[in-house]
Ligand binder design. Structure first.
Ligand SMILES: [Zn+2]
Length: 194
């Protein structure tokens, strides 16, 4: 037997409202389960995100190194656009964006060197690696994880607002009637009119 949190009245089983005071019965919080996205959708988001990442990196001149930034932005964008609410799926998308983008860029750069018979030393003309170059390679997966987390947070912050709006529709209305106070939900009222 459970009791009303407002007035302490014993509640009948399955009651949504207290028969004594009309307060809504607070249910034990249920675990919020988001519907899982299909693998096809996740791969689609990963590949599309990779192309956007490559497009972003080709917007600047080849001398300007953008490091992880294009894939980082693109990952967040894909998680948001594809409405992927599960964190583990967001992580898969971010890793896919980073991996596919690197594959496309690597294929383009090394492929053109291979076709034109240009050696690496010729192409990079004695370029000395910077600390940032090394750090970017090492921390690339970490930046993908951060992108997944931020994309997931951003999507959920928008999702919370719509859930609150749904709840207001459920608010019951208090009406004074000859027989006493009657509590009705807006849905009940609609049913009475018909
Ligand atoms: Zn009550």
């Amino acid at each position: 037997m459970s009791y009303c949190s407002n007035c302490g009245f014993p509640l009948p089983e399955g009651a949504e409202y207290c028969p004594n005071c009309g307060a809504r019965v607070k249910k034990a919080p249920t675990f919020q389960q988001y519907p899982s996205a299909s693998l096809g959708k996740i791969i689609q988001a990963g590949v599309l995100g990779a192309f956007i990442s490559v497009m972003l990196s080709s917007l600047t001149s080849p001398e300007v190194q953008l490091y992880f930034i294009p894939s980082f932005i693109s990952s967040i964008l894909m998680i948001f656009l594809f409405r992927v609410k599960r964190l583990e799926e967001a992580v898969t998308i971010a890793f896919s964006v980073y991996l596919f983008a690197d594959a496309i860029l690597g294929g383009m750069i090394f492929g053109s060197l291979y076709i034109e018979n240009i050696s690496l030393s010729e192409a990079y003309r004695g370029y000395m690696l910077t600390f940032l170059d090394i750090a970017t390679i090492v921390f690339n997966p970490v930046s993908a994880l951060i992108a997944a987390y931020l994309g997931n947070k951003l999507l959920k912050s928008v999702g919370v607002k719509s859930e609150k709006q749904e709840k207001t529709d459920y608010r019951f209305k208090k009406e004074k009637e000859p027989g006493g106070v009657i509590y009705r939900t807006p849905i009940d009222q609609q049913a009475h009119k018909v």
